[in-house]
Design a protein around this ligand. Structure first.
Ligand SMILES: [Zn+2]
Length: 291
C-alpha cells in the first residue's frame, strides 16, 4: 500500500482540533461559561454509548474551491462522494452528499456538516480566520502558521471541515502540476481524512487522547481512522478506506446522531472538542495523554 496513507493522520494530532487549550479560547469558549449547562448531561462513557443501532442519516455539503490545485477533486468528486457514503453506509448511516457552488454557511442541525476543499495550506488558514475571526493580527499570524501544514481541520462550532488539497505536495515540496501523487490511492487517503474530520464533528477524539486504551489505535491489524500512529495497510472489501472505527466509536456516533448524551455532551461543551474531552476525562477517571 502506498506509504502516504500514514501521513495525513500523522499531521493531525497537533494541527487538528483536538489540540491545544488555546484553540478553545480562540474559539471563544471557556470552561467557566459552561459549568451550569454541564449538569444537564451525563459524561459517563456508558451513557455516551447508549444508542439504538437503527438507521440514521447525515447530510454532508461539499464545496470545492475553483483552482488548479483542486481540479483533481472536482474531477473525482463523484468517486469521493461514493467512498464517503460507503463508509457511513457500513455503519448503518445514510450519508447524503450535496455539492455546493459556494462557500458553506455553517450548520446547526445535529446531522448536517460541510467540507470545503481548499487549494492549499495558506488558503485554509485564511478561510479559518474568516470563519473564526481573531482578535489581533498576531493571533491571526499564529493561526495561519499552525494551519499551514495541516491536511484537514474541523471547525466544530460551525460544523464545517476544511481540507488542504495540496497537503502532500506541500509536505514534500512538490509542485501540484508535476506531482504524481494524485491517484486512486490518494482518493482513498483523502477520503480517510474527510471521514476523520467529519467524525470529529460527532465528538470522536483521537484514540491517543486518553492514556487509557479506550479506542484502540489498531485492532486486528486495521488502524483506527481517528488514530495518529497507524501502520500501513491495504484497503480491503471489509475496510475500503484501509482504516476503520471500532464498535465503541460506532455507538458514540449513533448516540450523537440520535441526540443522546454524546450529542448533548458536545453541545454543552460549547462544541469544543477539547472541553468535551476534558469533561469526559473528568467524569470517567480517564487520564489525558500529553499532547
Ligand atoms: Zn484529528
Amino acid at each position: 500500500m502506498k506509504k502516504y496513507w500514514l501521513y495525513p493522520i500523522l499531521l493531525m494530532p497537533l494541527l487538528s482540533n483536538c489540540s491545544p487549550v488555546e484553540r478553545t479560547n480562540l474559539e471563544g469558549i471557556t470552561l467557566s461559561s459552561i459549568t451550569n449547562s454541564q449538569r444537564k448531561v451525563s459524561y459517563r462513557l456508558e451513557d455516551l454509548c447508549k444508542s439504538s443501532n437503527n438507521r440514521k442519516d447525515i447530510i454532508l455539503n461539499l464545496y470545492i474551491a475553483k483552482s488548479p490545485e483542486t481540479d483533481f477533486y472536482e474531477k473525482n468528486k463523484g468517486k469521493i462522494a461514493k467512498k464517503i457514503s460507503s463508509f457511513f453506509e457500513s455503519k448503518n448511516i445514510t450519508c447524503i452528499i450535496k455539492f455546493s457552488d459556494s462557500e458553506l454557511p455553517g450548520y446547526k442541525k445535529h446531522n448536517e456538516f460541510g467540507i470545503e476543499i481548499l487549494p492549499n495550506g495558506k488558503s485554509l488558514g485564511k478561510r479559518f480566520i474568516r470563519i473564526i475571526p481573531q482578535e489581533t493580527k498576531e493571533q491571526e499570524q499564529q493561526e495561519m502558521e499552525a494551519l499551514a501544514g495541516c491536511s484537514g481541520y474541523s471547525i466544530l462550532p460551525k460544523q464545517i471541515c476544511l481540507f488542504n488539497a495540496s497537503w502532500e505536495e506541500e509536505k514534500y515540496g512538490l509542485d501540484y502540476n508535476s506531482s504524481k501523487l494524485k491517484s486512486n490511492s490518494r482518493i482513498i487517503a483523502d477520503t480517510g481524512i474527510f471521514t476523520h474530520e467529519v467524525l470529529h464533528q460527532m465528538g470522536l477524539p483521537h484514540p491517543e487522547t486518553f492514556k487509557h486504551e479506550i479506542f484502540e489505535s489498531i485492532k486486528g491489524g486495521v488502524p483506527n481512522i481517528m488514530g495518529e500512529n497507524i501502520e500501513l495497510i491495504t484497503p480491503s472489501k471489509e475496510h475500503p478506506l484501509g482504516a476503520d472505527i471500532n464498535d465503541l466509536q460506532k455507538k458514540l456516533i449513533h448516540n450523537y446522531l440520535g441526540k443522546g448524551d454524546n450529542y448533548k455532551a458536545l453541545q454543552y461543551s460549547g462544541r469544543s472538542l477539547r472541553v468535551y474531552i476534558e469533561n469526559v476525562a473528568l467524569h470517567n477517571g480517564f487520564i489525558l495523554a500529553d499532547e
